[in-house]
Design a protein around this ligand. Sequence first.
Ligand code: MN
Length: 425
Amino acid sequence: MLDWTFDAKLESWVSSANERSTDFPIQNLPFGRFRLPGDASWRVGVAIGSQVLDLAATGLIASSDITQVLQLTKAQRVSLRQALVRGLVAGSSSESAWAQHVHDQGAVELGLPCDIRDYTDFYIGIHHATNAGRLFRPDNPLLPNYKYVPIGYHGRASTILASGKPFHRPNGQTKSSAQDAPVFGPTQRLDFELEMGVVIGMPNEMGQPISIGDAESHIFGLTLFNDWSARDIQAWEYQPLGPFQSKNFASTISPWIVTIEALEPFRKPLERPQDDPEPLPYLKSAADMAAGAFDVDLDVVISTPQMRAQGQHPENISHSNFAHAAYWTISQLVAHHTVGGCALSAGDLFGTGTLSGKDSDQCGSLLEMSKGGRQPTILANGEQRIFLDDGDTITLRGRCQRAGFRTIGFGECAGTVLPAIASRS
Ligand code: MN
């Protein structure tokens, strides 16, 4: 599977792609959407260094609708990747024709990477599930279904934001244990969730489950994903049907979909303790257990209004890793989601759930970092955070590194909290 496009020595005629620090060397080539100043509609873009290539302008795809690209077969995806590398590699005869279709990422608007259809959020981070469960059930943090069922809920695609877009702190109902009745107002416990996004490519027909062995041919690639959460609203509303208003006010997705093909060198075995129950047959494949996890290093960075006013750099507050955090593979999520007959569409998005590591400096949410709101995080400038303040910006980052291969990254997934909108009640 590791063809010549993964050769670490390949360089591009787009010189920014050859810098060691870039997320987007020629070995990555993630897909997204952009528009030039004055454009009304989105174009399909491929990130290369600090630039974006207008894919339809190269003639490699027939339409400028990314939904068409998402539905390519695995073989078509591999040949598109090879054609892009041939066109972008240093010395390519395509340089003279393609150079005019390469734009500075800073000079264009990067949007949602595709039209997001349906959105499902899972809960595959076992350390997060354990940490969050322990706050409610100290002796029995994981519920009995956790190691059998990939737990999830159906969310809203309508409020998923492109990276960089701010959102308002939500209003809602909350009730603390000290109160007899709920009150209405802005959430006091606004949190982030460090997640990855799984973008579905090829659809399936309703009633036609996708087998575990075929699941990856339906996955186009991965993004970063921040599932902003209002913990006080969540605590009051979540029983018996799960999260609702606490999750549907905003989520942020990174601009680039890193393809399954580009992630090939960074596969790992699924980490599943020896004495845990075997997955049911529809969730089990030897190939998936051996190589269905992905080694993505993840970081959470905060920038507060005070830090910006005083010219301080954003501060890294957590570091995690997808492969160490996840109890299920992305193929298992697809197989489980469709096993009862559910139809997936091109552009459907799965959130993985919060990807905390097992240690206290690897928390994927402030709920865990603050041990349920009890212990503040002290920033380098002396500021304290239990939950997010207005004006705070959270940025997620992800990178894949392996000796002998070029490091690839996911770009940024950033969002800023605006004050709540004054309620009329
Ligand atoms: Mn979530």
